[in-house]
Ligand binder design. Structure first.
Ligand SMILES: [Zn+2]
Length: 460
């Protein structure tokens, strides 16, 4: 929806960077915040936000889009205005990016997938370097090592981290290698392999499911005590009971993803097609299916039908995340007072768990986080991670008008405003161009709008 001017009246405006928390008006003009105050001059469309929260648009540093547009709609409905796709194969990424129009700011990381985007689980430095360079040229901000699911050897993992450090580009890692799993041991191995090179440790909570020490909280404590001693990483964690992994089967009949196999075994099911069917029937595995423009968790019967019909080519979700470990990780602080894991993410997008707002506000109601701390982890810290803090992640004059209006009773997002334009309002989406965030100019910019970003943690 086109909107030159917009006045949001009498909402409870909360911002972490400026420590604002008061009922006031906001004027958005030319895509930016032009005024914040008790009685700003009303211009353009007037939105009555009395009784509502007015927050910066959420910045989600770990999402998935795949090649369809659903993740864009799901994230927008969840109040996200900026996101990083952690499995962005360039061609597939641009397919969904250019087909959805929700005003989302999106960056992507190109995945190193053995036998798909790299020749094997042990690619040479030459090959890795070539793949990284091509990804950057295409518009990615860096790469993702998908260790837990599709592992590289420890040697190749270390080489890839080093190659990115040399280019000062982003390297996100889902811990795990051909020698270790997606668990506390894989996490420890990653810390060793990364050394002092900068690395984005993906979803810290997912390595603390009790598989190594038998207790998720003990594993969270162990992981946090390691992270507190390091400062060359960035990290996020999510707050959702369910994970998301591929139901695809190899010709051998085994799940293609190691995480899927592990989740089945954890629930007491065999890691094969029959085991998956049993797990779906029992409710342990939930099939991700379609509903209109979005992905939802199907009930058992529909899930089983959909799994059979698609021959396993579906996403599955298992309730494997410990709430206690997730909360411990979300709340932990270093001696300096900074959060040990700086950002709240979802690992959502087209996986139906875009629950940062719902769960984050629940922690605020519980008294575990202050409202400012929640906004710090969901908006401001992620803006700093991406290097966009000069124009996003905060509500202050001159910044992009990326704002969400939230019903505090149920944490539902009622209105999403991206660069001063409404892209979602009470269940309805409006056409609004997406913007690519890229480290340098992508080779092909025809038909896309893009913006250069320069994350500080990669420049040091
Ligand atoms: Zn992920």
């Amino acid at each position: 929806m086109m909107s030159g001017e917009l006045t949001i009246r009498q909402g409870r405006v909360i911002d972490a960077a400026s420590r604002l928390d008061k009922v006031c008006d906001i004027l958005a003009e030319g895509g930016r915040i032009a005024a914040i105050g008790d009685s700003v001059k009303i211009k353009g469309r007037e939105i009555n936000a009395a009784g509502k929260l007015v927050l910066p648009g959420l910045i989600d540093t770990h999402v998935h889009f795949a090649e369809n547009t659903r993740g864009y709609y799901m994230l927008t409905r969840a109040g996200v205005t900026t996101a990083i796709d952690l499995l962005g194969e360039s061609r597939l990424f641009f397919k969904s990016f250019s087909k959805s129009h929700v005003g989302l700011n999106a960056a992507y990381l190109y995945p190193l997938l053995p036998e798909r985007t790299v020749s094997s689980s042990n690619p040479s430095l030459n090959e890795i370097t070539r793949v990284v360079d091509n990804a950057l040229k295409a518009g990615a901000i860096g790469i993702k090592i998908v260790g837990g699911h599709y592992p590289l050897t420890p040697e190749a993992t270390a080489l890839a981290i080093e190659a990115c450090a040399g280019r000062k580009c982003w390297c996100a890692v889902h811990a795990g290698s051909t020698e270790s799993g997606s668990d506390l041991n894989g996490f420890k191995e990653l810390i060793q392999l990364a050394g002092s090179n900068p690395v984005h440790i993906a979803h810290v909570n997912s390595y603390c499911r009790g598989e190594v020490l038998g207790d998720p909280v003990a594993e969270a404590v162990a992981a946090l005590s390691i992270l507190r001693k390091h400062d060359s990483y960035i990290a996020e964690s999510y707050l959702s009971a369910i994970n998301g992994c591929s139901g695809r089967l190899e010709t051998s009949g085994k799940p293609a993803s190691k995480v899927t196999a592990k989740c089945l075994e954890k629930g007491g099911y065999k890691a094969d097609a029959a085991g998956i069917r049993e797990a779906i029937s029992a409710g342990w595995a939930q099939v991700n299916g379609l509903s209109g423009k979005e992905v939802v968790l199907l009930d058992r019967e529909k899930g089983l039908k959909y799994f059979n019909k698609s021959h396993g080519k579906v996403m599955l979700s298992f309730p494997v995340n410990s709430a206690a470990a997730q909360i411990a990780i979300a709340l932990d602080r270093k001696e300096s007072g900074e959060f040990t894991v700086p950002a709240l993410s979802t690992d959502g997008g087209n996986i139906p768990r875009n629950c940062t707002l719902q769960k984050g506000l629940a922690l605020v109601r519980f008294g575990a986080l202050s409202m400012h701390e929640f906004i710090l982890k969901a908006c401001w810290n992620p803006a700093i991670m991406l290097g966009i803090q000069d124009y996003k992640g905060s509500i202050s004059c001159g910044k992009d008008a990326d704002l969400i209006i939230v019903n505090p009773e149920n944490a539902e997002v009622e209105i999403v405003i991206s660069s001063g334009r409404i892209s979602f309002e009470h269940g309805v989406f409006y056409e609004n161009e997406n913007t690519l965030l890229a480290g340098s100019g992508p080779e092909v910019t025809e038909g896309i709008s893009w913006r250069e970003i320069s994350p500080l943690w990669l420049r040091q």
